[in-house]
Design a protein around this ligand. Structure first.
Ligand code: AMP
Ligand code: ZN
Length: 473
């Protein structure tokens, strides 16, 4: 597979450090609010990457952190902690906010078929590791204490701006807004590893440390969690493009200073989802969440389909018109698949040809829109229904578009009669209607007999104000 590497600014063949295994790290959400669909674009594309690596035969060990402390309102070391802001907004504790929005993030992932990494680590659960890493950096002379805080000394590095050849668009996202000078810093680019003194003394969560009671900076969590969970050599580090600077730049500085050798070989950055008026925001304009899309009648998978139709390295503009187009195309695709029947022999020659165009698309820097085209190629191919259904299911293990379950659901829906009753439910409903009539005629013996008959079929009746409902055992 060829992947664009933001570190080398070119497409490179992906070769894992250890044969057969890909060690992958993803910056997780800052759980102070719901994720917006822009955040989720990054997680969808990373999910396709992970699933494609698995499809290609690799074992993927993937780790994600949950940022529940240390991410300040500005990506630089200024402003209030985002978590504390969220807690104040909702009159809750920071840990209550963290739990609520972590669960909400997982619920969104489930709706979008995003696999949650096997190892998910909340930053607050690893404070001792952050202190240990910070201490090691102090001991190695890469960090210094000033004004009560511990800072990373970027002047000790041969190269700090490792992503410096970024394209204009990338740099625009990474630019820091409203940065205030911190007089403790020896160099402008130094950043905080541990805070004990900040303008915001009301910080709720604090821990004891060799430098006093305080809390970690944002960047240290990803270095510490990644090295502990995935070892000294990381294959792929993922995140949205805004994270390239300063977050990932600082992660590389810390990790390589600590390890004494190169750390991560491939950097996978997803460009932003924007609105027609610009940057997507949680506080300004419409707060675009998965729940909002659902309230508006969209199946979340349609949003995933919308994302897959574009390349992850191009910024994407969200509009309801564009989403409606994706919805139309998705529904048509499902309707076509629903007409297939699992007939005939499996056609190995056709399968090999179709698989190779699917793989060619994704091998070329995860070209998901061409991988979606490969689905239409399957439908167009002159081959058996069995082959087509098998390949669609196989490709969907990577794309995650519910192709088979949605087309089965469509067929079940079609089988319902004009009253919306499916063939399996029809005899049960007939008996329920007969029981209602019997009760009206005060023929309780027959009514009870019907209840027993249904019970033997594993059907439980529930009498409600709106009539009798039933449940299958
Ligand atoms: P956060 O919860 O702010 O830490 O961000 C979670 C992930 O979403 C990070 O990988 C960000 O880089 C990414 N991200 C933030 N905004 C966008 C956006 N508009 N489009 C795509 N990804 C984004
Ligand atoms: Zn991170």
């Amino acid at each position: 597979m060829n992947l664009y590497n933001s570190l080398s600014h070119k497409k490179e063949e992906f070769i894992p450090y250890e044969k057969g295994v890909c060690r992958m790290y993803t910056c997780g959400p800052t759980v102070y609010h719901f994720a917006h669909i822009g955040n989720l674009r990054s997680y969808i594309m990373e999910d396709v990457l992970e699933k494609y690596l698995v499809y290609s035969g690799l074992r993927v060990d993937r780790v994600m952190n949950i940022t529940d402390v240390g991410h300040l309102s500005s990506d630089a070391d200024t402003g209030e902690d985002k978590m504390l802001k969220g807690a104040k907004r909702e009159h809750k504790t920071v840990m209550e906010i963290a739990k609520f929005y972590t669960d909400a993030f997982f619920a969104d992932c489930e709706k979008l078929n995003i696999k949650i990494p096997d190892t998910v680590v909340p930053a607050t659960s690893r404070i001792d590791d952050f202190i240990e890493l910070t201490q090691a950096l102090v001991d190695k002379g890469y960090a210094y204490v000033a004004g009560g805080n511990v800072y990373f000394d970027t002047s000790r590095l041969k190269e700090y701006y490792v992503f410096n050849k970024m394209e204009a668009e990338d740099l625009a996202v990474g630019v820091r807004e409203g940065v205030e000078e911190d007089e403790n810093k020896r160099n402008k680019t130094d950043f905080v590893l541990w805070f004990t003194k900040s303008k915001f003394d009301s910080q709720e969560l604090k821990w004891d440390s060799p430098w006093g009671v305080g809390y970690p900076g944002w960047h240290i969590e990803c270095s510490a969690i990644s090295i502990k969970e995935l070892g000294e050599h990381l294959d792929i580090h993922c995140g949205g493009i805004d994270n390239a600077f300063p977050h990932h730049t600082n992660e590389i500085a810390q990790s390589e200073a600590f390890l004494g050798h190169p750390w991560c070989n491939y950097w996978f950055h997803v460009l932003h989802l924007n609105t027609s008026s610009g940057k997507m925001s949680k506080s300004k304009g419409e707060f675009l969440t998965v729940s909002l899309l659902e309230e508006k009648g969209y199946n979340p998978i349609v949003y995933r389909f919308f994302c897959l139709q574009s390349h992850y390295r191009k910024s994407l503009v969200f509009s309801y018109e564009a989403l409606d187009n994706a919805k139309g195309a998705y529904n048509k695709l499902i309707a076509k698949i629903a007409t297939l029947s699992d007939e005939g022999e499996f056609d190995a020659a056709a399968a090999a040809k179709l698989r190779s165009s699917f793989a060619e698309a994704l091998d070329n820097d995860l070209n998901t829109s061409l991988a979606v085209t490969a689905l239409y190629d399957v439908l167009k191919e002159k081959t058996t229904g069995k082959t087509k259904l098998a390949l669609l299911a196989e490709f969907d293990s990577v794309l995650g578009l519910n192709l088979i379950s949605a087309s089965n659901a469509l067929n079940a829906e079609k089988e319902k009669d004009v009253n919306g009753i499916s063939p399996e439910d029809a005899p049960i409903i007939a008996l329920i209607n007969e029981r209602t009539e019997a009760k009206k005629a005060k023929n309780y013996a027959r009514a009870d007999e019907i209840r027993r008959e249904l019970s033997e079929m594993g059907i439980t009746l529930i009498d409600t104000a709106e009539g009798t409902k039933f449940e299958r055992a």
